[in-house]
Design a binder for this molecule. Structure first.
Ligand code: G6P
Length: 466
């Protein structure tokens, strides 16, 4: 063990930085997001983050960024294709999201997934404290806990799944289900976004491994693994701070003025992913306008689609479908200088997103399945004036906590259209009452509570064979 191997080791598919090109080369920029912001203060006290630097980065050496040690894992183009785009994004991603697209099962993708997990394990095992704490994140690295356990039996290994864990009938399809479960069970603690995910996992462990269950604990091959629900959150205070900045307030005012002062602003912000239900949402807007054509003067709907996984065919196809529905709605209900739907396909800096949240009267979040959905939490955090209305899909982890939102079934076009109508016409008193209680919930669980809860639960577990 080297002196630098003390402290926490985080392992995730991606490093917490993005490469930004400029005219003299490139620089690293800290990625936005709850996971990164919650881990930075912990890692500054000693620790490291192991992950992939992204497609254009091969053979990178370990480096420090903002006082944190980053240890890159290099992936060859074939590994990016088979492990990342293939097994992670075309097998596990759809399988764990209700098979919204048919999951594809290819043995060469599986082999690559195993090899890349071994590659991460080797680098992690060399760099971590053998009896220290190691926290593995998400579906790309489900074999890692066992691989690490083989090398460092005394380590405190935790695993957190950011996406839903599917029910037995779906998980059963996976040809390598036993290996995946055994991989995860190398951890002492496995965290899920909701109690449903945790319970689905315990059920499949019992069914396909013959593991024994005792409450939240799973006993398998002489080891005990605890499972639990740890809903992730955001750095609420940093969003509230941004809403106080005069520059962001000015951006929000400008946006509102540009969109026509009296029109209600409806907003959707999502990674352009088929799980997010963007196409269904647009069709619900269309349904609303067909029934109430006069509403076209009363609101504008802004949809921001953040480019994502563009080399996966389902994502390309989704993009054209969304663009065609937007064109159809605007062609039918727009007038010169005024269209009901404004669609932006791009990345926006976090400051602009906050100004959008501040300007939006109604946030429309209707995924068909989503592990948590942090956009819902970011919107609520940005509504420091306690105004605004959140329409939220029942099929998000966030709905579990945010019962005071207007909850919808995103498959029910008429139901969503009616809820949109209700939100547009909602009185300020009801809106305020709902928003206050959402904000109250959010303040009880920020991302620092989340990481502290997980790490404390992991720390309390004894790493013993039973
Ligand atoms: C989801 C996953 C994350 C992933 C993110 C972006 O939120 O849970 O692990 O990083 O999507 O996807 P990408 O494929 O670009 O990393």
């Amino acid at each position: 063990m080297t002196p630098s191997s003390h402290g926490l080791t985080i392992i995730a598919n991606r490093l917490p930085v993005q490469r930004v090109e400029h005219k003299d080369g490139f620089r690293w920029q800290t990625s936005p997001g709850g996971l990164v912001s919650s881990m930075i203060p912990v890692l500054r006290q000693g620790g490291r983050w192991i992950g992939w630097g992204g497609s254009h980065t091969q053979s990178l050496q370990p480096f420090r960024h903002e006082d944190i040690d980053l240890i890159p894992v290099s992936l060859q183009p074939e590994e990016v294709e088979h492990y990342y785009s293939g097994f992670s994004n075309r097998t596990l991603w759809p399988l764990f999201h209700d098979a919204l697209r048919p999951p594809e099962f290819h043995r060469r993708w599986w082999r690559s997934y195993q090899n890349v997990n071994r590659k991460f394990a080797k680098i992690a095992a060399e760099n971590m404290d053998p009896s220290g704490t190691c926290w593995v994140h998400d579906f790309h690295l489900q074999l890692l806990p066992s691989l690490l356990r083989e090398q460092h039996p005394r380590a405190k290994i935790g695993f957190f799944l950011h996406i839903p864990f599917p029910p037995t009938e779906l998980f059963a399809q996976l040809p390598w289900r036993v290996h995946l479960l055994e991989g995860m069970l190398g951890a002492s603690l496995i965290g899920f976004q909701t109690p449903f995910g945790a319970s689905n996992f315990r059920n499949v462990a019992e069914r396909f491994l013959g593991a024994e269950l005792d409450g939240d604990d799973i006993y398998y091959r002489g080891r005990k693994t605890k499972t639990g629900s740890f809903p992730i959150s955001i750095d609420t205070e940093s969003f509230e701070e941004m809403t106080r900045r005069p520059s962001i307030q000015a951006m929000a005012r400008e946006l509102r003025a540009d969109l026509g002062g009296n029109r209600k602003i409806l907003l959707g912000i999502d990674r352009l992913d088929y799980t997010k239900g963007i196409d269904m949402r647009l069709r619900a807007i269309e349904t609303l306008l067909i029934a109430n054509p006069n509403l076209a003067k009363e609101f504008v709907f802004i949809q921001v689609g953040v480019p994502s996984r563009e080399n996966v065919p389902d994502y390309e196809e989704l993009r054209s479908r969304i663009e065609s529905i937007v064109g159809r709605i605007n062609g039918r209900f727009g007038e010169p200088g005024r269209v009901p739907v404004q669609y932006l396909y791009r990345n926006l800096p976090i400051q602009s997103l906050v100004s959008y949240y501040m300007a939006a009267d109604i946030m429309v979040i209707t995924p068909l399945r989503d592990g948590m959905n942090l956009v819902a939490k970011e919107y609520v955090a940005s509504k420091t004036n306690n105004e605004g209305c959140l329409i939220l899909s029942e099929f998000t982890g966030a709905a579990n906590e945010f019962q005071e939102a207007l909850l919808v079934n995103p498959h029910d076009l008429d139901g969503v259209a009616n809820t949109l109508y209700q939100a547009i016409k909602m009185g300020t008193a009801e809106g305020r009452r709902r928003m206050l209680s959402l904000r109250h919930k959010l303040h009880r669980n920020n991302v620092f509570h989340w990481s502290k809860n997980f790490l404390e639960s992991l720390g309390e577990l004894e790493v013993v064979r039973v």
